[in-house]
Design a protein around this ligand. Structure first.
Ligand SMILES: Cc1ncc(COP(=O)(O)O)c(C=O)c1O
Length: 369
């Protein structure tokens, strides 16, 4: 049983996909063709934001708002330590410094008390200037934006929502991608809304930020396109990928419901037996990845492997444990480290059959006794 099965989804939308791709091939506008603008508009409506700027990948979608905001040397950007490397990598690429923050043991998302402590530490040391927070909606579950935005307002910090895993998720009626001042998402194939290559998007209500990142994603060029007004990058979403995403949007809601049903079945079976990611009331997760914590995860992995059930460790190291981030300011981050030692992720995709879900449940329960 595969960890993620993209083939089943492709079979479902095969004809629509083929026609969409053919249209792009025949139209010949491979860069910023009409499908890109159409997708941007559809995603903006879906997420409830003013602007979507489609870009080359989820990493650029986080990096460009940092560039656009002038965040750089001498600036501190607060990021959770239990996430994918890109969340902190972009801070280093902008030549600012990531300051790692611990996560909450039940939601796995940025811990508010640890965030407050990190900000206080940076202010007390005085070496760096607090500038931004990049909260992550880990595994598809929104972070605690009420608390984060209150802190950001008080401390005058930019909030960049890392919605790479959470497109389709929501909290109290607000869609992921609409939190913070600006958000970045990823369309990496395994994401809930994924394309067939790399892709990403920046979402914001800010006219200025949208204009700035639109310029930056295309070599800093504006208007007729022959004058570079600032240093940018080749950061556009390909027209072909926009066409794929438009096709995938047609089944996205249905897939989110199916993911949710799988997650609820897992939750019900595992509650009280293994650690599960807690969804606060009013939160809907996009369920990008379903991750549990167990005492003996190597034992569980061996059992899953023996039964041919796909599994993975998201994430085996907290970010501050990676050599790439060895120079970041040192703070105790015990929850991130404990999660990194105990997590194991199970098959999660919309086309899992009931029988497959029950096989996963049985394997986990047998292994943990
Ligand atoms: C939390 C998080 N942030 C950022 C990214 C970066 O996205 P991309 O791989 O599209 O650059 C990812 C991708 O896996 C991610 O999971």
């Amino acid at each position: 049983m595969q960890f993620i099965d993209l083939g089943a989804q492709r079979a479902k939308i095969h004809d629509r996909l083929k026609a969409a791709v053919e249209r792009v091939l025949e139209g010949g506008r491979y860069i910023l063709g009409p499908e890109v603008a159409e997708f941007e508009q559809k995603l903006a409506t879906y997420a409830g934001v003013e602007h979507v700027v489609a870009c080359a990948n989820g990493t650029d979608a986080l990096l460009l708002p940092l560039y656009a905001s002038g965040i750089g040397p001498g600036d501190a950007v607060f990021v959770p330590s239990f996430t994918f490397a890109a969340t902190a990598e972009v801070v280093a690429l902008a030549k600012a410094e990531p300051v790692f923050v611990d996560v909450d043991a039940s939601t796995y998302n940025i811990d508010i008390a640890s965030l407050e402590a990190a900000i206080a530490m940076v202010k007390k040391e005085g070496r760096l200037k607090p500038k931004a927070i990049i909260p992550v909606d880990l595994f598809g579950l929104a972070a605690d934006y009420d608390a984060i935005m209150a802190i950001a307002k008080r401390e005058n910090l930019l909030v960049i929502e890392d919605a790479a895993q959470s497109m389709g998720g929501s909290a109290d009626g607000t869609m992921c991608g609409a939190f913070g001042h600006v958000a970045g998402t990823s369309f990496y194939p395994a994401k809930p809304l994924g394309c067939y290559g790399d892709g990403g998007a920046i979402l914001t209500d800010s006219d200025e930020l949208a204009e700035a990142v639109r310029t930056l994603r295309s070599h800093g060029r504006q208007g007729t396109g022959d004058v570079a007004v600032r240093n940018g990058i080749t950061g556009r979403l390909d027209t072909l990928q926009a066409a794929v995403l438009l096709s995938k949007l047609t089944v996205f809601e249905d897939e989110l419901e199916k993911r949710d049903a799988v997650a609820r079945r897992y939750d019900a079976a595992f509650a009280g037996k293994v650690g599960i990611q807690k969804r606060p009331a009013g939160y809907f997760s996009a369920n990008a990845i379903y991750t549990i914590t167990v005492r003996d995860r190597d034992g569980l992995k061996a059992e899953l492997d023996a039964r041919g059930i796909g599994n993975a460790f998201f994430y085996r190291l907290a970010l501050h444990q990676h050599p790439a981030f060895a120079e970041a300011p040192k703070r105790p981050l015990p929850v991130s480290e404990k999660l990194a030692d105990t997590v194991i992720s199970l098959p999660m995709h919309p086309d899992l059959t009931d029988d497959e879900v029950e096989r996963v449940v049985a394997a986990v329960l047998d292994a943990v006794g």
